[in-house]
Design a protein around this ligand. Structure first.
Ligand code: HEM
Length: 418
């Protein structure tokens, strides 16, 4: 049983100041001291904007696994009122997608997706990913040769996940830059405290993605093929007698799967390269022990997960670590902090690719990430190829992070040859 530390009488200003500092470039470069500070305030910290911040691994894991806790679904969002961020068009549209559904609706929709990346699915996509990695590293090597440096995030990390999900969904490669730009903007509605202008960007991106994926569904209706969207149409035609409702369900699946994939995976790939180049002895050791590549990827996910916050809503008046939480209150599970909880991980601040530690970076419970096998395959394929082709790679200048709290993003990672 983990011991709990709780101090509900937290100074509100201290939490506000902590989050402002977390958004600065130094906070983004290393959020860990801020998470230590937050954890020292308690396992359950009242959030100044309402709701609670949960900092301990044990509690985050417990809430995620407890089926009684819900996600902020459309009814919950409507209850927050018209004047709130929850009524923005982007938020309303997200509330119709899988991660914002509660059972029994969630169960039905999740089942309809099937096991997207089972053994056969992974075998089908493996060759395409290996080919993309080879091409992207060719371009990186060429840029390093001609310019003496290159932006790894733009040339590789932003590209590979787009190629992976684009080829899996069979989207035209010419559309990738447009879709990637929309994904960057759309994510703001899922951020912790989006500004009005960020919400406007997200609303606009959501509208464009809606048009794009609705049209895609109609195309696959007209010419069904051997692709996931055509497969979901077959599934939903059997589930729904109303064809328009089936089309709408499939559009929401395609939209969500697309949105869930590139943003998170790009961050993971850049973070992986940054952390390993910052730890050259471990990078070198990995070269001699490539069978530990999957362990290295898991440690990257634990050490700096692409997503640092997952939110849930209290199903009734309840207690968490001795703190009363009122029904309908939102709790922010601080996954980035929980993955560094010293009561769960020995020396959590030490990056150690051999640690084989559990993490919550793909969530837990009924909303566990359905794309985890694909994300892991992209990371292991890229890392294996890098070790073989560019073992002397070094960081040129420290990375640049976008000022976000929930969804991490490295916007620039300049690398140089040895
Ligand atoms: C490193 C990359 C990724 C990370 C860190 C990540 C993280 C997550 C997390 C934390 C959740 C659960 C949110 C919650 O519990 O409320 C989630 C859900 C989901 N992810 Fe991922 N994800 C990644 C990549 C992907 C990819 C590549 C795909 C698809 C190809 C994908 C598809 C999904 C889907 C469909 C869900 C919704 C599951 C549900 O609500 O039942 N993810 N992901």
């Amino acid at each position: 049983m983990e011991s709990v530390l709780t101090s509900p009488a937290v100074d509100r200003r201290a939490v506000v100041s902590l989050f402002s500092r977390l958004r600065t470039p130094s906070g983004q470069a290393n959020p860990l001291p801020f998470y230590d500070e937050l954890r020292s305030m308690g396992d359950v910290v009242p959030a100044p904007w309402g709701g609670y911040l949960i900092t301990s691994y044990g509690l985050c894991d417990r809430v995620l696994r407890d089926r009684a806790w819900g996600v902020p679904d459309s009814e919950w969002r409507a209850r927050q009122g018209e004047a709130t961020r929850w009524s923005a068009a982007s938020s309303r549209e997200m509330s119709r997608t899988l991660p914002a559904l509660n059972p029994p609706h969630h169960t039905r929709v999740r089942r309809s997706l099937g096991n997207m990346f089972d053994r056969k699915g992974m075998a089908d996509i493996k060759d395409a990913i290996e080919e993309s990695v080879d091409q992207l590293l060719d371009r990186l090597a060429e840029k390093l040769r001609t310019d003496g440096e290159a932006d790894f995030s733009a040339l590789v990390s932003d590209e590979l996940p787009m190629h992976a999900i684009g080829s899996w969904l069979q989207l035209p490669p010419a559309d990738y830059p447009y879709l990637r730009a929309l994904a960057h903007d759309q994510v703001f509605t899922q951020e912790l405290l989006p500004s009005t202008s960020q919400l406007a960007l997200s609303d606009s991106a959501t509208g464009q993605l809606q048009a794009y994926f609705r049209e895609l569904v109609q195309e696959r209706r007209r010419a069904p093929g051997n692709d996931p969207v055509s497969g979901w149409l077959r599934t939903w035609d059997a589930l729904e007698s109303d064809r328009e409702a089936a089309d709408e369900a499939v559009y929401l699946l395609a939209l969500l799967v697309f949105l869930a994939a590139p943003e998170t995976t790009s961050t993971m790939l850049s973070t992986m390269v940054w952390l390993l180049l910052e730890h050259p002895r471990q990078f070198g050791w990995l070269r001699a022990h490539p069978d530990h590549v999957p362990d290295a990827v898991e440690e990257v996910l634990r050490y700096d997960s692409p997503n640092h916050i997952i939110s849930r809503v209290a199903p009734e008046d309840t207690m968490l670590a001795g703190v009363p939480i009122e029904k309908d209150r939102m709790v922010h599970l601080m996954i980035g902090a929980a993955n560094h909880d010293p009561r769960h991980h020995l020396d959590p601040g030490v990056f150690d690719i051999r640690r084989k530690a559990a993490h919550l970076s793909f969530s837990s419970g009924i909303h566990y990430c359905l794309g985890a096998p694909l994300a892991r395959l992209e990371a292991t394929t890229l890392l294996t190829a890098l070790l073989g082709r560019l073992p002397g790679l070094q960081v040129g200048t420290p990375p640049v992070w976008a000022p976000r709290v929930g969804f991490r993003r490295i916007t620039e990672l300049r690398v140089v040859p040895s």
